[in-house]
Design a protein around this ligand. Structure first.
Ligand code: OGA
Ligand code: NI
Length: 409
């Protein structure tokens, strides 16, 4: 999460942004592709200069969509993942086939008659899965569809229009880029991204392209309302007063990313999003009808197929930390596919202040002799800084264990 979003998507909290140091010119189609059979993956044959390829790709400012439009029939080397990232790629773990059903939280009546049931359902879902589908969440289907459509339209504009917005400058509250971690990841992923930062003062409409303005602000308004309800329900699911998570201000800030996953000629060689868990407290995700999203559950990848009108929610690492492992942050990834384009909108909720923020540790009310604190205190910028600096956050490794102080009894 966060580099260029709070998940592979904003510059680091320290404002360190190596990407702006780049400037190269070349055609994306000239990039090297998969070595031919017999040619070593590492580097026999013509030597592979990853940094150069990344710079060349960056300079096109046309993203992966640009590559696809230029007619690439093979996945360029830059995007080819090592075998350990590509394990169990086939989607034969269909929920119905394995009997695994993503928990559904029906928010209907959650303010009154069904509150207890909803809180219990939520607790069960977060203790076992770490994610859930929400229905009857109050966000009009129309607002969701328009949000997805505007992200699609942006990415499908002529390159000349889009490239004006291409940036990795974290001072910009709206930007478009491909692969937030392009210059330090081991392999790039098959997607482009729009990034919307909603600082505490709010995002100024002028910072956002006219095309996206209305749908984005409309959707954000609904998300804000849903966030407040979820904050209360999550507090109660932890056995705390409904205002608890609101009072500790753990979800005061939000960023939104609009991902566009173009069709991929060789989906078995790359990924749309590498396996990761989100760094923040809570993520709310919208996806169009092209699947590809998978969550890890009981040591297997489970397809999370799109359900029209539903919002997917997952908790992030910091929620696992403050809940002292009561709730689990769920690992997930997105497959590259021949069908598409997949469009998704992820909204990340985290504490105020990307440079300075108060420390968070396991919530005291959840601790006793049998439940000692499992993590040390950390602030979101510190946690996220580590998530980025180690490169681990988006390189397929878990970051949270680095903050552990003891093992569960
Ligand atoms: C993310 C993420 C999933 C998707 O941005 O952190 O996991 O469906 N996105 O795009
Ligand atoms: Ni994620």
């Amino acid at each position: 999460m966060f580099l260029q979003n709070i998940n592979g998507h904003t510059a680091s909290p320290e404002g360190h942004n190596p990407i702006t140091l780049i400037g190269f010119k070349a055609s994306a189609t000239k990039m090297q592709t998969l070595p031919s059979p017999g040619e070593s993956f590492t580097c026999s044959g013509p030597c592979y200069d990853r940094a150069k390829e990344a710079k060349e790709f960056e300079e096109t400012k046309a993203g992966v969509k640009g590559l696809v439009d230029s007619g690439v029939a093979k996945v360029p080397r830059l995007f080819i993942h090592p075998p350990q990232n590509l394990r169990d790629l086939s989607s034969d773990t269909d929920g119905a086939a394995t009997g695994l059903e993503v928990p559904v939280i029906d928010m209907m009546g959650c303010e009154d008659c069904r509150r207890k049931d909803v809180v219990n359902d939520l607790r069960r879902a977060l203790e076992t899965w770490g994610f859930f589908r929400i229905i009857n969440h109050g966000i009009p289907v129309d607002a969701m569809e328009r949000m997805l459509e505007t992200v699609k339209q942006f990415h499908e504009q002529p390159e000349g229009v889009k490239r004006e917005w291409y940036s990795r400058d974290d001072a910009k509250k709206f930007r478009y880029y491909s692969n937030g971690d392009l210059f330090w990841s081991k392999a790039a992923t098959w997607k482009d991204t729009l990034f919307f930062d909603f600082p505490s003062g709010g995002l100024e409409p002028e910072a956002v392209p006219v095309l996206c303005r209305e749908p984005v602000f409309e959707y954000e308004k609904h998300i804000e309302k849903l966030k407040r309800s979820l904050s209360e329900l999550l507090s109660e699911a932890l056995g705390l007063d409904s205002g608890y998570l609101g009072e500790i201000e753990c979800m005061e800030s939000k960023t939104m990313v609009g991902h566009y996953y173009p069709i991929c000629p060789e989906p078995e060689l790359t990924l749309g999003t590498i396996n990761h868990s989100d760094a923040a407290f809570l993520t709310l995700l919208l996806q169009n009808h092209h699947g590809g999203l998978q969550f890890r559950h009981k040591d297997q990848w489970v397809d999370v197929s799109p359900v029209p009108g539903a919002i997917l929610a997952n908790i992030g690492d910091l929620m696992q930390l403050v809940s002292n492992d009561k709730f689990k942050s769920a690992e997930h990834r997105v497959l590259a596919r021949q069908a598409g384009p997949r469009v998704s909108v992820a909204c990340f909720l985290f504490p105020r202040g990307t440079r300075k923020s108060k420390p968070y540790g396991p919530i005291e009310e959840l601790l006793d002799e049998d439940n000692p604190p499992l993590y040390r205190e950390t602030s979101f910028p510190e946690y996220f800084g580590y998530y980025l600096s180690s490169g681990n956050g988006m390189n397929g490794e878990a970051v949270l264990p680095h903050f552990r102080v003891s093992e569960p009894k």
